[in-house]
Design a protein. Structure first.
Length: 348
């Protein structure tokens, strides 16, 4: 077997060198269970969950599947003071009028990893904890490690890759510019870097390729380029186990899914998604949008109203390169097919 892939399987206990991407808002218990049954590392997006919700979801997964489980958290810094949203709401006012809605309750806030989240990690002891937007403070990170959990970081640049390796991450997700969802940059600024560039950087820490990994061919290419494993997100969106809306789902596997861009409209931070009405009207980047994660507050009533009408006009439609090629099938079957391709390549 490819020694890099073999090292990764030994490190994690997975049967295949595949991580199911967490994908807050799209992933959950059903998707993690199916991925684990197929041989991958299952992941639970945990940044928007209360500690008791995390514990309950972990228990549900453990009751239905065996194998390594990853809990994913964010390490951003909440802006202080809380951003003034008045200019943003004024910009959105014509859409409120058109849709017949008004600003309402805010969605659950994406919170950074804190002592309460750390305590639940210590209690449920997942095999892996992955962090987006850097790493938590040293004391919390040490507690995570002391619980016996492996730590995965996320790098979007060569500098971030080495920064995470120097801090002892067990593996590093190298998130190329082809990846859907929030770019996990945390040093300097968002500087989209192709996956191939990140994989070409020599480093001893195992790296997990993320960005445009949707089929056997892209898995084979990533492993041949130096990855120890791959992280798959967009391909899982098209499975019945994902939690995405009907208009979002209808775009996947079509040519329209290839029209994507980085945008800050839906959260206040750059994330790669399929272009929709709001992105076309306002442009993908808007300086009026409040800082992450507050931009989503004012959009909630709009995207709820449009989705109820079968439209994704105001919804975050996160998708990576290759979204036009994904196929609808059960997540366990998809995982088994991808795992077969990965293992064939790693034996090649």
């Amino acid at each position: 077997m490819n020694p890099r892939a073999a090292r990764f399987l030994e490190l994690t206990g997975a049967r295949a060198p595949i991580v199911q991407a967490p994908m807050a808002g799209a992933g959950g218990v059903a998707l993690a269970v199916a991925a684990m049954r197929g041989g991958a590392i299952g992941s639970l997006p945990s940044a928007m969950l209360a500690p008791e919700q995390i514990a309950a979801q972990v228990a549900e997964v453990r009751a239905q599947a065996e194998g390594p489980l990853n809990l994913n958290f964010f390490c951003h810094t909440l802006p202080e003071p809380v951003p003034d949203e008045s200019a943003w709401r004024e910009l959105l006012a014509p859409y409120y009028a058109e849709e017949g809605v008004s600003p309402g309750e805010a969605p659950p806030l994406r919170r950074p990893f804190d002592a309460a989240a750390c305590a639940v990690v210590e209690a449920v002891r997942p095999e892996i904890v992955s962090f987006h937007f850097g790493l938590p403070e040293a004391a919390l990170l040490e507690r995570v490690r002391a619980s016996g959990t492996r730590v995965f970081g996320n790098a979007t640049s060569v500098a971030e890759l080495h920064w995470l390796a120097e801090r002892g991450c067990d593996a590093i997700i190298v998130q190329g510019s082809e990846a859907g969802g929030h770019a996990g940059w945390f040093l300097d600024r968002h500087m989209p870097t192709p996956l191939a560039v990140l994989l070409a950087e020599p480093i001893d820490t195992p790296v997990i390729a993320a960005g445009g990994i949707v089929d056997g061919a892209s898995i084979a290419a990533a492993l041949a380029a130096g990855a120890s494993a791959v992280q798959v997100g967009t391909a899982y969106l098209a499975t019945p186990e994902s939690l995405i809306s009907a208009p979002y789902r209808a775009l996947l596997g079509t040519d329209a899914a290839a029209d994507a861009a980085f945008t800050n409209l839906f959260s206040g931070r750059q994330a790669r998604g399929i272009r929709n009405r709001l992105m076309r009207d306002l442009g993908p980047i808007c300086e009026v949008a409040p800082a992450f994660p507050y931009a989503s507050n004012a959009l909630l009533p709009l995207h709820k109203a449009a989705e109820a009408d079968g439209r994704g006009d105001y919804s975050p439609l996160w998708a990576g390169a290759g979204a036009a090629r994904v196929r609808s099938m059960g997540a366990e079957q998809l995982t088994r097919e991808l795992a077969q391709a990965a293992l064939e390549e790693s034996h090649g």
